[in-house]
Design a protein around this ligand. Structure first.
Ligand code: ATP
Ligand code: MG
Ligand code: MG
Length: 554
């Protein structure tokens, strides 16, 4: 029943279930900070956490880790909910906010003070850093470390009341300034920040630090397995220290390797720069590695979940080749995207022996060659059609099996045509072909069974839709965008040709009904979808999700 491949986290859960550690319960969470849009790295974490909940009949909370008002915004909250809903299978998950626990967190901080395990410090941020020591040198104790409990309670309360300016006081855990783990050298757990919060407004002017807040959030939600990325491995002793000293539900933190992909950047700080500096068309630019960008590009949630499954989870950081992601997306679309005809660079073909004014209809299979799927669509045919300019050669090289003077090809699903004449403009460019058709070849074969090597796609001129196609390449021209000369940053590696707009494309008329969220294979060209932002009836815009050519090799 549980078909997902095993991994070290599943092994831990299986063992916990065997020993009855959590009474058979599995409760996970995905805890984004609402300071940007989610990217495909987050998708890995989402698929992992929601996937565990699904496979073990557990629960997964979407919890906003909204404890830092300076970078957080409602726009991000909304986008994150939308992205997670889109990505996961079970869309009915709890949406929770760390800021709802601020009072409880405050009370836990008071408890630590009462237990003699936290103190109000008046060192500046700079001094705290100096006192902290290094990997090889122990830290120095703060002169405020030995205040009485009463004094600490009073000062902490006054911090809350807003009596002190930003940066003047902090609340720190009293642990061990000589600990080999720097995270345990009296870490700051509260700081003063006179700033409005997007949910709590001005109710607070002190905010908890990540390490203190996160374990409490997990504990209050009775999370069993708190999965996070490897950078937090060194923070686990602190995570455990807080929960143990507070004597509350003790979630287990488990770390895994974060996802890195070449040809892109994944830190929210860098993505924000691309957006703010107008280097892309917003967070959901189809070249962005954001979930909203990949959705606009035409990726399906099924493909993203498959990708997460294929890359798996491990304890070793590595970089995944973007070609693998594209390979999976291509495979996924191959299964679901109906085939349609679209001519990117149209060349006009007049079929001189086809009656003027006559129209007929061909039924073409949406999935040719797949007998299990019989859906079809009607395609009108008439005397003038467009073919792809690259499907004609005036002086064809050897092995060119498409159209050339005197040659015969099959118009996909329609008739055989033979090129009789070439019309050129004053500059000598081919602007039109004069052809004849064989009425006996209707549907794509002839009674005499003669062989025609080339089959090309086409669109009837009088029925064609005109559309703009956007062809995307990688946003960065180096595998590692951070590989730059001194004094430059990742934006120096932006690929100037990452977007190529092809306008005046001719599409079969069935695509007039195409909706945002539908995927199509434009035969011989690639997979495309309607752009959710710029496409309009009569002026449609399609994004190329991925080409047909697979560059992935194991
Ligand atoms: P960024 O570094 O992009 O700002 P973050 O870790 O600061 O990301 P959060 O909003 O805190 O962003 O992340 C929410 C969750 O997503 C965390 O549990 C984090 O571990 C996970 N996550 C973030 N980036 C990745 C990644 N590249 N691969 C896997 N998980 C990730
Ligand atoms: Mg974070
Ligand atoms: Mg970050």
């Amino acid at each position: 029943e549980n078909e997902s491949p095993s991994n070290f986290i599943r092994d831990i859960i299986d063992e916990d279930n065997r020993t009855g550690k959590w009474g058979g319960r599995v409760a996970t969470r995905f805890p984004p900070e609402p300071n940007g849009y989610l990217h495909i790295g987050h998708a890995k974490s989402i698929c992992l956490n929601f996937g565990l909940a699904k496979d073990y009949q557990g629960t997964c909370n979407l919890r906003f880790d909204d404890t830092n008002p300076s970078k957080e915004e409602v726009e991000y909250v909304d986008s994150i909910i939308e992205d997670v809903r889109w990505l996961v299978e079970d869309k009915d998950f709890p949406v929770l906010y760390a800021s709802d626990y601020f009072e409880q967190m405050y009370q836990y901080a008071v408890q630590l003070i009462q237990q003699g395990q936290a103190f109000v410090c008046e060192l500046t941020a700079e001094e705290i850093r100096e006192y902290r020591g290094t990997l090889t040198e122990p830290g120095k104790e703060s002169p405020y470390r030995n205040r009485t409990v009463e004094e600490n309670l009073d000062l902490f309360e006054r911090m809350r009341k807003g009596e002190f300016p930003d940066g003047s006081h902090t609340l720190r855990a009293k642990i061990d300034m000589a600990s080999p783990n720097i995270n345990l050298r009296d870490p700051v757990i509260y700081r003063i920040l006179h700033q409005s919060h997007h949910r709590t407004g001005d109710a607070w002017c002190i905010y908890p630090m990540y390490d203190f807040a996160h374990c409490i959030e997990d504990s209050l939600e009775k999370i069993t397995h708190s999965v996070c990325t490897l950078e937090f491995e060194d923070h686990r002793p602190l995570y455990d220290w807080f929960l143990e000293k507070l004597g509350i539900f003790h979630t287990q933190q488990i770390e895994f390797a974060r996802l890195n992909i070449n040809r892109t950047v994944m830190s929210k700080r860098k993505l924000l720069r691309l957006v703010k500096e107008g280097l892309v068309d917003g967070w959901n630019d189809p070249r962005m590695p954001t979930i909203s960008g990949l959705r606009r590009r035409g990726y399906r949630p099924e493909a993203m979940r498959k990708f997460a499954e294929v890359i798996g989870v491990s304890k070793n950081n590595s970089t995944v080749d973007v070609a693998l992601l594209e390979h999976i997306v291509r495979d996924d679309l191959n299964e679901v995207a109906p085939r349609v005809m679209a001519v990117l660079e149209p060349l006009r073909v007049v079929i001189e022996n086809y009656p003027e004014g006559q129209t007929e209809t061909f039924e073409l299979a949406d999935f040719p060659g797949d007998e299990t799927r019989t859906s079809k669509r009607a395609i009108p045919f008439s005397r003038v059609v467009y073919i792809e300019r690259s499907d004609f050669e005036e002086n064809p090289p050897n092995k060119f099996f498409r159209l050339a003077p005197g040659r015969e090809v099959r118009l996909m699903g329609a008739y055989y045509i033979t090129c009789k004449d070439v019309v050129k403009n004053a500059q000598g460019e081919v602007v039109e072909l004069i052809c004849t058709y064989d009425p006996e070849s209707r549907g794509g074969q002839t009674p005499d069974g003669r062989k025609v090597k080339g089959t090309i796609h086409w669109v009837s001129e009088q029925h064609a839709l005109t559309a703009e196609l956007r062809m995307y390449d990688y946003l960065f021209s180096k595998d590692n965008p951070d590989d730059v000369e001194e004094g430059k940053d990742f934006t120096a590696n932006i690929n100037p040709d990452s977007l190529q707009v092809v306008s005046g494309c001719k599409l079969e008329p069935s695509l007039a009904e195409a909706k945002v969220g539908e995927n199509f294979q434009f035969v011989r060209q690639g997979y495309f979808c309607v752009d959710l932002k710029d496409s309009k009836p009569g002026a449609m815009v399609f994004n190329r999700t991925v080409s047909l050519r697979d560059t992935w090799s194991k």
